[in-house]
Design a protein around this ligand. Structure first.
Ligand SMILES: [Zn+2]
Length: 161
């Protein structure tokens, strides 16, 4: 018996429930952590929350690095026009620099995940105070509190002068 195509295209109602509030830190979005009353800073649940954020960030970066490699392999065309060639080389240099930056970030994320495992996460490396959930959600690899970070940046600017 011939199989007749009776399957209708599934008309799915695409009513996407938009999450009430989600934080976007550039690469991935997630639900901000809401600590329970009297919950200890960097409780097990909080550490798990940040580990999940870091994991998804890492996944995004790895996918991006992968994609860049493929794009570069695809774009190995040799342009006849020297102007095109020049811009292609600039693009490549830019891609390589981006990839390098992403690789470093992946390394930093891995180091941060190790710190979470070692229960050494969320406190400023310099002064030891709590970095804070909100700041960590925006910058999960932060190792300094906002004050120490600001001071460090000021100092770096002065050195650069
Ligand atoms: Zn500090």
């Amino acid at each position: 018996m011939a199989t007749s195509k009776t399957a209708k295209p599934a008309a799915k109602a695409t009513t996407q429930s938009t999450p009430a509030k989600s934080v976007n830190n550039g690469t991935s979005s997630f639900q901000p952590y809401v600590p329970k009353k009297g919950e200890e800073y960097m409780s097990k649940a909080q550490l798990a929350h940040f580990a999940a954020i870091l994991d998804s960030l890492k996944g995004d970066l790895m996918a991006d690095i992968e994609r860049t490699v493929h794009t570069m392999q695809d774009e190995q065309t040799v342009f006849a026009d020297p102007n095109d060639r020049a811009s292609q080389e600039t693009d490549m240099a830019l891609e390589l620099r981006n990839r390098d930056r992403e690789r470093k970030l992946v390394k930093k994320i891995e180091e941060t995940l190790d710190r979470i495992k070692a229960d050494d996460y969320g406190f400023c490396d310099k002064c030891g105070i709590e970095i804070g959930i909100q700041r960590l959600e925006a910058r999960p690899t932060a190792t300094l509190c906002i004050d120490c970070k600001t001071l460090e940046e000021l100092r770096e600017k002065q050195v650069a002068k």
